[in-house]
Design a binder for this molecule. Structure first.
Ligand SMILES: *Cc1c(COP(=O)(O)O)cnc(C)c1O
Length: 447
């Protein structure tokens, strides 16, 4: 029986990334409150939010320090135009970020969601090339399996067909480099023992298209939407080298990986590289408010800095640029990360979670691999463990497991047939253990 709220929801709301017909048999779950790593629906049923509500909730729901900071800001200044005007939270945040970001990223363009941060990065890099005597550098490169958001520009550098295929005629013609596939390595290597043989494909693409490419955009180390694919830091270093060699800007999309998700502050830190442009959102505001930043270097910034009549300015804006509430949420996140042992706890919990998942699922005949980077863990389901053959897509195994897990109080939202855990960094161990047990039950109900 649908509650009146559910009926009203279905009458009017078009939910994101959903076939709405599925809601006939799985109606929307109406959440009333959140606390820590858990959500509670209108019947009081608890759900463990093991995916941080689409990867954005970094430190749990209704964290007292983040909530208090937003409350405080709300009574002072909720918003102000950000052209010519500024405010303390944005200024302090920019200075704090400059200290923790990879070296050289010191200039910040503010927006309000990840896709917007990516759009700004694409326009910025294109214009940078045009204004530094490289007018022929007009194209973008991305990796196969890439995901950078849903707006037309961001989709153009995305390569997950599920999201891009229908819009193909509208999209820019980006160059797709064959991304590493460490689970099904075409060179027959294993994750920990390879020489990035697959980088030869990227080298060939740069040789062919490097001279006409403005920027390469990548999700460093972790291709999230592709199914939490993890690739080695050495590969990212190779891409950095190629970009340097061909005068291509490197855009690191750290929207999903930033702020400790991968075990370091940024995924780029594992490779000890600095990109020319970095996109931040999601964990940036702890997932509390729509907020994003496109960070870049003095060198890129300088190509736009000139007398007004030269027409070199970055004429790009969003109404909610630099929103003070978002800035305060972000500052509160940085305060928590700086003053509480979040990273140490997350590292210990990552090890614990690896052990629990391996014990619960590694021997299952339909588990092809369990991989992890920081606290992010992925379980790739297959039809055949030996051959790594995928399950038939029409079976919608991941979706069925999703439903089973929900019934048991676990919010697990698989990417195809890849189940993953990407919980708030401070999730208690007992909660992780309970989530693994529920996940196992849901998997076993399907095979
Ligand atoms: C979520 C995400 C985006 C898009 O962010 P939105 O706020 O949903 O527009 C872009 N890139 C990556 C890597 C993401 O995970």
């Amino acid at each position: 029986m649908l509650s009146p709220l559910q009926q009203l929801d279905l009458r009017h709301i078009w939910h994101p990334c959903s076939q709405m017909k599925d809601y006939e048999t799985l109606p929307p779950i109406v959440i009333e409150r959140g606390a820590g790593s858990c959500l509670y629906d209108t019947d009081g049923k608890e759900y463990i939010d093991i995916i941080s509500s689409w990867w954005c909730n970094l430190l749990g729901h209704c964290h007292p320090r983040i909530s208090a900071a937003i409350h405080d800001q709300l009574d002072q200044l909720e918003h102000v135009i950000f052209a010519n005007f500024s405010h303390r939270p944005a200024i302090v945040l920019a200075a704090r970020l400059a200290e923790i970001l990879p070296r050289g990223l010191t200039k910040f363009n503010f927006s309000d969601n990840g896709s917007a941060a990516v759009e700004a990065a694409l326009k910025m890099s294109f214009q940078y090339q045009a204004q530094t005597g490289n007018a022929r550098k007009t194209r973008f490169m991305c990796l196969t399996g890439a995901y950078h958001g849903e707006t037309i520009g961001a989709l153009s550098v995305g390569a997950v067909d599920l999201y891009t295929q229908i819009y193909r005629p509208l999209l820019l013609d980006a160059i797709r480099l064959d991304a590493p596939d460490c689970f099904r390595c075409p060179f027959g290597k294993t994750r920990d023992a390879c020489a990035c043989e697959c980088a030869s494909a990227a080298e060939a693409s740069f040789a062919k298209f490097g001279e006409t490419t403005a920027a390469l955009i990548v999700e460093p180390l972790l291709q999230g939407s592709a199914g939490m694919r993890i690739y080695p830091a050495a590969y990212l270093r190779r891409l950095r080298d190629l970009c340097d060699r061909y005068g291509v800007l490197l855009i690191a999309d750290e929207i999903a990986t930033g702020f400790g998700r991968t075990g370091k502050m940024f995924a780029c830190d594992h490779a000890e590289i600095s990109p020319d442009i970095m996109c931040l959102s999601k964990g940036l505001s702890g997932g509390y408010l729509p907020f994003a930043i496109t960070a870049t270097t003095e060198r890129v910034f300088a190509a736009f800095y000139a007398d007004y009549r030269e027409g070199r300015a970055f004429m790009h804006s969003h109404t909610y640029s630099g929103n003070p509430l978002g800035c305060r949420a972000a500052l509160a996140v940085l305060d928590v990360l700086a003053s509480e042992p979040i990273f140490a706890t997350a590292a210990a919990n990552a090890e614990f979670l690896t052990g629990e998942l391996n014990a619960a699922l590694l021997d299952h005949p339909n588990v092809g691999e369990i991989r992890h980077l920081g606290l992010i863990h992925a379980v790739e389901l297959v039809a055949d463990k030996k051959t790594k053959t995928a399950l038939p897509a029409a079976r919608r195994t991941g979706y069925q497991i999703y439903r089973e897990a929900l019934r048991r109080g676990l919010l697990l939202r698989p990417l195809g047939d890849v189940l993953y855990f990407n919980p708030p960094l401070n999730t208690p161990r007992e909660t992780l253990a309970r989530a693994v047990a529920l996940c196992r039950e849901a998997v076993e109900s399907e095979f």
